[in-house]
Design a protein around this ligand. Structure first.
Ligand SMILES: Cc1ncc(C[n+]2csc(CCOP(=O)(O)OP(=O)(O)O)c2C)c(N)n1
Ligand SMILES: [Mg+2]
Length: 282
C-alpha cells in the first residue's frame, strides 16, 4: 500500500470518517430546521477532499469548493468554527451574514468559495503569484466542479498560472453532475483533464474515491509546483451520492448509477483496504 506510514493511514481514515459524520450531522440539522440557507454535502467526495488537502504543508493555501468539508478539517479548521459557519450563527467567520463554506480564515490560509462558480480560480492564481513575489514558497490548492470548469474564469486563471509557472494545483471534482445536468451535456471531451495539453501543463484523471491515490497524485503535483515547474490539473472522478443540496431529491439521477458508485464508497472502501492489510482491527 503506497508510501504512507501506518500513522498517516490512520489519519486519512480518521478524516474520512469525521467528514462523513459532519456531513450526516449537517443534513440532520437541516431537516430539523436549524440551518440558515442550504446544506451541500460531500457524500462521495470525501477521499478527494481529504486525500488532496493532506498533501499540503504548513504555510500552503487552500481554496476549496462547496463539497470539500474534509479539506477544511485536514487543514485544521475546528468543528466549532465549521458548525457556527454552516449554521449561519452570529459568532461565525461571516457573523451570520453567510453560511456553508463561504468564509475565509487567514490564520489557517483557508479561502472558501463564493457562490459564483469558478470566480475563485483567478483569485487563487493571484495568491499563487503573491506567494512567488513574496518568496513564501507556498503552494495554492484550488478546487472546481465539472460544471464550474466550463465557466470562462477557468480558462483565464489556468492559462495565467501555466504561462507564469505559478505554484498552483487545480482539482477538478468530476462528480458526474452539475445540479441536474450530467457531464455528457456539459462538454464533448472524453476527459476534462485533456484540456491541460492546451495550456501546456500536465493533466491527469484519477479515481477520486481512492484516498491514497488522490493523496499521492496531489503530492506529486504540489511538489512540482513548489519546485517552480508550474501548475497541474487533476481530474478526480467521483459521484455526487446525494442531491445537489438537501432540498434536491436527485430523482433525475438513475438508480443504477448510484448503486454502482455505492460499491466504491470512499470511506468504506478505505476501511476495507486497511482491514485487509491488518492496518485496522474490526
Ligand atoms: C456562474 C454560476 N452559474 C450557476 C450557478 C448556480 N450553481 C451553483 S452550484 C451549481 C452546480 C455546480 O456543479 P459542479 O460545478 O459540477 O459542482 P458540484 O455541485 O457538482 O460539486 C450551479 C449551477 C453559480 N453559482 N454560478
Ligand atoms: Mg459536479
Amino acid at each position: 500500500m503506497g508510501s504512507l506510514s501506518r500513522k498517516q493511514q490512520h489519519e486519512l481514515y480518521y478524516y474520512l470518517r469525521l467528514t462523513r459524520a459532519c456531513d450526516d450531522t449537517l443534513l440532520r440539522l437541516y431537516k430539523q430546521g436549524k440551518m440558515v440557507g442550504g446544506a451541500y454535502t460531500g457524500n462521495g467526495n470525501e477521499a478527494t477532499a481529504v486525500g488532496s488537502a493532506y498533501a499540503l504543508k504548513q504555510g500552503d493555501y487552500l481554496f476549496p469548493m462547496h463539497r470539500d468539508l474534509g479539506a477544511h478539517l485536514v487543514r485544521g479548521q475546528s468543528l466549532k468554527n465549521i458548525f457556527l459557519q454552516q449554521l449561519g450563527r452570529a459568532a461565525s467567520f461571516t457573523r451570520g451574514r453567510d453560511g456553508t463554506g463561504h468564509y475565509a480564515d487567514p490564520a489557517l490560509r483557508i479561502y472558501g468559495n463564493v457562490s459564483h462558480l469558478a470566480a475563485m480560480i483567478p483569485v487563487a492564481v493571484g495568491a499563487a503569484l503573491a506567494s512567488r513575489m513574496q518568496r513564501q514558497n507556498a503552494v495554492i490548492l484550488n478546487y472546481i466542479g465539472d460544471g464550474g470548469s466550463n465557466v470562462g474564469d477557468f480558462h483565464e486563471g489556468v492559462n495565467m498560472a501555466a504561462v507564469m509557472k505559478l505554484p498552483f494545483v487545480l482539482i477538478i471534482e468530476n462528480n458526474q453532475y452539475a445540479y441536474s445536468t450530467p457531464v455528457s451535456r456539459q462538454h464533448a471531451a472524453t476527459k476534462i483533464s485533456d484540456r491541460a495539453a492546451g495550456y501546456g501543463i500536465p493533466g491527469v484523471t484519477i479515481d477520486g474515491t481512492d484516498v491514497e491515490l488522490v493523496y499521492e497524485t496531489t503530492q506529486t503535483a504540489v511538489e512540482r509546483a513548489r519546485r517552480g515547474e508550474g501548475p497541474t490539473l487533476i481530474e478526480s472522478v467521483t459521484m455526487r451520492m446525494q442531491g445537489h443540496s438537501a432540498s434536491d431529491d436527485a430523482s433525475y439521477v438513475p438508480g443504477e448509477l448510484l448503486d454502482r458508485w455505492r460499491d466504491k464508497d470512499p470511506v468504506l472502501q478505505y476501511e476495507r483496504r486497511l482491514l485487509s492489510h491488518k492496518a485496522l482491527t474490526s
